[in-house]
Design a protein around this ligand. Structure first.
Ligand code: NAG
Ligand code: NAG
Ligand code: NAG
Ligand code: NAG
Ligand code: NAG
Ligand code: NAG
Ligand code: NAG
Ligand code: NAG
Ligand code: NAG
Length: 484
């Protein structure tokens, strides 16, 4: 028994036989390397971080389940550098100075699940067989190394790999090694130097939920590049050099919840881009050069909660662009050169009716430049809105009516009045303002409901649902102009 155990510890045998359970604590602590501390709670953890180690300890406890070697001065990993550690699940080598890893360095670690080698600034090359024998690896962190590429077949044995962290390296393309890795769920490639996403860069990644490509130099995306990412939920493409997107870039991404296109050079939003994004909740289009949003662009974004359009070159936002977004809760519009003419009247109404007045400084027309949209009085001459710049002040005094009434409330209360008047004769006085629709709790008073027929109830129900959808979405709306 003792011989077998010692044999394991001094690596006379490739086979490491674990001691019986009762001896585990003893074995973990007894075999602890000199510069490390070892703890045995549920499993044996070996802590050798911040120990100024220039070389690996000669041996680790046979039952080690986690080894932490962060922040040492390791430079080199030889073949079978860790011996045979059949229980090892987690190995961390972050913040060392590793520059060379011998192929087969991790042989003898058949059950390793997590390998961390981030912040080793001199790893610029990895051999195809670097990770050989790591068949159970689920999470690999190679962030902030100095990698320019990795061999296409490097992950050939890592069929269980789910999370690959490679941010802050020097990749100029998406590594071909990830192609077809159907079990990958998370890929971190931010802060590299990737210039394009080719049609085959992301093929076969059917389980991917998270893809981060932010802060690269992407200026071209093939229109089929994302076609296999049918489970993608969070997608960062912000802070790249995109000035255009293919018409159907995001086709089929029906699970996408967050799409970040901020910090690019987009000028137009095309109505074909977001057609399939029925579950999208957050869309970033901030810090682009947007001048034009095609009508219908947001038409199918029925789940959208937050839309960032701030810091663009938008002058106007036609109401139809927004039409069916009932749930919109936050709308960021600051830092745009808004032209506060009649086409923005609806926006002012929106803000006012939900007591969500925020500063939207107008850049034009000249008569209101510098004013806040909330301060602009949209005049009406014979029922038609008159743009502030064009208003002829000499005729204005006669015929002008302020038009702060809310279009939505108005429409609904008109419809309701008509319907209810038919049903209830004179008892509708109190409904003229739609006041029985309490915007605070959204309930219809029972008294009123009690008097209505089935037919009017269902019509009312429809209207109320329609109205509340709008209300719930808008009640929390944040229209920002100068928020940072
Ligand atoms: C890290 O390794 C590189 C090259 O291998 C060497 O030039 C550098 O001095 C090392 N840094 C430290 C802090 O040891
Ligand atoms: C994905 O994982 C399953 C089960 O773990 C495995 O059978 C399959 O080969 C893996 N797929 C790839 C492409 O590695
Ligand atoms: C943007 O839209 C405008 C108006 O439809 C069009 O004239 C212009 O060519 C478009 N620009 C791009 C880059 O698609
Ligand atoms: C919205 O979805 C419908 C149904 O899939 C589709 O026919 C329509 O073209 C989409 N709208 C836009 C603007 O893409
Ligand atoms: C967009 O706005 C920026 C800064 O406000 C300005 O420099 C640039 O010329 C504008 N671009 C267009 C196309 O209007
Ligand atoms: C407003 O309408 C009246 C009659 O309906 C008409 O006489 C008048 O000229 C109109 N004013 C303007 C400014 O259109
Ligand atoms: C403004 O109204 C006056 C008199 O009603 C008229 O003489 C003048 O031409 C109008 N100016 C404009 C720009 O319509
Ligand atoms: C409606 O009002 C008129 C006059 O105000 C009254 O004569 C009539 O009886 C009322 N009808 C009902 C149903 O209350
Ligand atoms: C509308 O509401 C206001 C304030 O609540 C009230 O003074 C007015 O009489 C109402 N008008 C109608 C037609 O019900």
């Amino acid at each position: 028994m003792v011989n077998v155990l010692d044999g394991c510890l001094i690596r006379l045998s490739v086979l490491c036989l674990l001691p019986q359970a009762g001896l585990a604590l003893w074995a973990c602590v007894r075999a602890c390397p000199a510069s490390c501390t070892c703890t045995q709670e549920r499993s044996c953890s070996v802590l050798c971080d911040r120990s100024a180690l220039a070389e690996l300890p000669k041996e680790f406890p046979c039952e080690a389940s986690a080894i932490n070697l962060d922040k040492n001065r390791l430079k080199f990993l030889s073949e079978r550098a860790f011996g045979t550690l059949p229980s090892l699940k987690s190995l961390s080598l972050d913040h060392n100075n590793i520059s060379f890893i011998t192929p087969g360095a991790f042989k003898g670690l058949p059950n390793l699940v997590e390998l961390k080698m981030a912040h080793n600034e001199h790893i610029s090359y990895l051999h195809t067989r670097t990770f050989t024998a790591l068949k159970k690896l689920v999470r690999l962190d190679l962030s902030d190394c100095n990698l320019f590429n990795i061999p296409d077949r490097i992950f050939i044995e890592q069929t269980a790999l789910k999370e690959l962290l490679c941010f802050q390296n020097n990749f100029r393309r998406i590594p071909g090694a990830i192609r077809g890795m159907e079990n990958l769920t998370h890929i971190y490639l931010e802060r590299n130097k990737i210039e394009a996403v080719a049609y085959n860069s992301l093929l076969g990644l059917g389980s991917l939920k998270y893809l981060n490509l932010q802060e690269n130099r992407i200026n071209v995306i093939h229109e089929m590049a994302f076609q296999d990412l049918v489970r993608l939920e969070n997608f960062y493409l912000n802070d790249n050099l995109l000035s255009e997107l293919p018409r159907v870039s995001f086709k089929g991404l029906g699970r996408l919840k967050m799409l970040n296109l901020g910090g690019n050079q987009l000028t137009n939003v095309s109505k074909t881009w977001f057609s399939d994004l029925l579950e999208l909740e957050v869309l970033y289009l901030d810090r682009n050069r947007l001048l034009f949003i095609e009508e219908g662009s947001f038409e199918n974004l029925t789940s959208l909660i937050t839309l960032h359009l701030n810091s663009n070159n938008l002058t106007t936002l036609p109401f139809p662009v927004f039409q069916p977004i009932y749930f919109l809760g936050r709308l960021y519009l600051f830092r745009n050169p808004w032209e506060c003419d009649c086409t923005l009247e609806w926006l002012k109404e929106w803000m006012e009716s939900y007591k969500l007045v925020r500063d939207i400084p107008c850049a034009s027309p000249s008569s209101v430049a510098g004013l806040d949209l909330s301060e602009v009085v949209f005049a009406k001459v014979n029922g038609t809105c008159v743009d502030p710049g064009e208003l002829n002040l000499t005729t204005a005094s006669t015929d002008i009516a302020s038009t702060t009434e809310n279009r939505f409330n108005n429409l609904i209360s008109k419809l309701l009045q008509q319907e209810l008047r038919e049903e209830m004769g004179n008892g509708t006085e109190s409904l003229r303002n739609g006041t029985f629709l309490d915007p605070e709790d959204g309930e219809i008073s029972d008294g009123v409901r009690g008097q209505m027929s089935q037919a009017s109830q269902s019509i009312l129900y429809f209207l109320v649902v329609w109205f509340l959808f709008g209300l719930i979405g808008l009640s929390d709306m944040d229209i920002c102009v100068s928020c940072t």
